[in-house]
Design a protein around this ligand. Structure first.
Ligand SMILES: *Cc1c(COP(=O)(O)O)cnc(C)c1O
Length: 359
């Protein structure tokens, strides 16, 4: 089955084989070495020096890393501004609400570009804002939010930028220094091609809460994770097999040429699919150049329901992904992450062409 959903992704053979490595206790030196290696590999993805940056590993899905980032890094006297232009931005607002973090939102319709004038206005009206949270690649619609524009604004207003990079880390440019990023949450099972179970936050060491800070949560406290991981330990049991897979996936990633190569490869596949679907009259949701290379959203062909389309393609060996909320009945999404080939996507287009004839 070819997975065209935005994670979990199809695994390469070498990553799948890594899952069969020996059973391991998370209190043994072998685990400690594995964990340290992954933390280094993650920093290397965007060439971040270890003196200033750290990668904290968590067992959970991408949302765990985002919740850990928001709850650990926005202090009790801080105030968060959340940019919403899709499901995942709205999820960050929910996290803030649930944890009683003072927050306001800059809301947009799903898929809309960030309104920078409104952003500046909000920041000027609320000089007590300390942190800005934004989704880099809004998987809801495929829109890639422009972080470099935000960087300038954050710098002027002296606020810290927290990024949900869950569906962009490893495949899109993330210029941590130039864009003034304080922290970025990611996951093993999207653009890095590992399995679900491990998530992480890359953060500036000086953004960690002080030792005397009482954390908002026990399980998602980045401070204690970082402290113990620096000593080779872990506060709680980690998903050992998922670590094996991630270490191998990161090795494969580096050998392949890093994020730039992955970006180029995804881009080729995405453009191939986009051109092929356009030729059949299937139109993309966003204008050219607004989407990430990771995922594109398309309007369903006329007269075909998502369920019909999905079930037909699944029978041909392809899992596409539905739209969320109000978009559920009008769009479908195609992600070209994971160990998939040009030939896979050629067959996919062939299958879509046939349903056009059936419909
Ligand atoms: C996938 C995704 C998440 C996390 O989803 P999980 O189901 O928790 O892995 C968060 N943000 C974005 C932008 C995503 O694409």
């Amino acid at each position: 089955m070819i997975l065209l959903n935005p994670g979990p992704v199809n695994l390469s053979d070498r990553v799948r084989k890594a899952l069969l490595n020996p059973d391991l206790c998370h209190r043994e030196v072998e685990f400690s070495q594995l964990q340290t290696r992954i933390r280094q590999q993650l920093l290397q993805v965007y060439n971040l020096p270890q003196e200033h940056w750290t990668a904290v590993l968590l067992t959970g899905s991408g949302t765990a890393a985002i919740e850990a980032m928001i709850t650990s890094l926005v202090p009790r006297d801080g105030k968060l501004l959340v940019i919403e232009n899709g499901v995942y931005g709205e999820r960050i607002s929910k996290i803030a609400q649930i944890h009683g973090i003072e927050s306001i939102k800059l809301h947009h319709s799903w898929g809309d570009e960030i309104n920078l004038q409104e952003l500046v206005k909000l920041l000027t009206q609320n000089p007590d804002i300390s942190h800005l949270a934004v989704v880099h690649h809004e998987t809801t619609t495929g829109r890639l939010n422009n972080l470099s524009h935000l960087a300038t604004i954050c710098r002027e207003h002296q606020i810290q930028l927290l990024v949900d990079g869950v569906s962009s880390f490893g495949a899109e440019e993330l210029n941590f220094d130039a864009w003034g990023i304080t922290a970025c949450a990611g996951t093993a099972n999207k653009c890095l091609h590992g399995i679900p179970g491990t998530a992480f936050v890359i953060l500036r060491r000086n953004a960690l809460p002080g030792k005397d800070t009482i954390p908002r949560t026990l399980y998602l406290d980045l401070g204690s994770y970082c402290q113990q991981q620096d000593l080779g330990g872990t506060p709680f049991t980690q998903s050992v097999q998922s670590f094996y897979a991630l270490a191998e996936a990161l090795q494969e990633f580096a050998e392949g040429g890093g994020w730039q190569t992955r970006h180029k490869y995804y881009s080729q596949l995405a453009n191939f699919v986009r051109d092929g679907l356009l030729a059949m009259g299937i139109k993309p949701l966003l204008p050219l150049g607004s989407s990430s290379v990771v995922l594109h959203a398309y309007y369903l062909p006329e007269g075909v329901s998502y369920e019909q389309f999905h079930d037909y393609l699944k029978a041909q060996g392809y899992v596409i992904y539905a739209g969320q909320g109000n978009l559920a009945r009008s769009i479908f999404r195609v992600s070209t992450m994971g160990a998939i080939t040009h030939a896979d996507m050629e067959r996919f287009l062939g299958a879509v062409k046939l349903i056009g004839k059936l419909g």
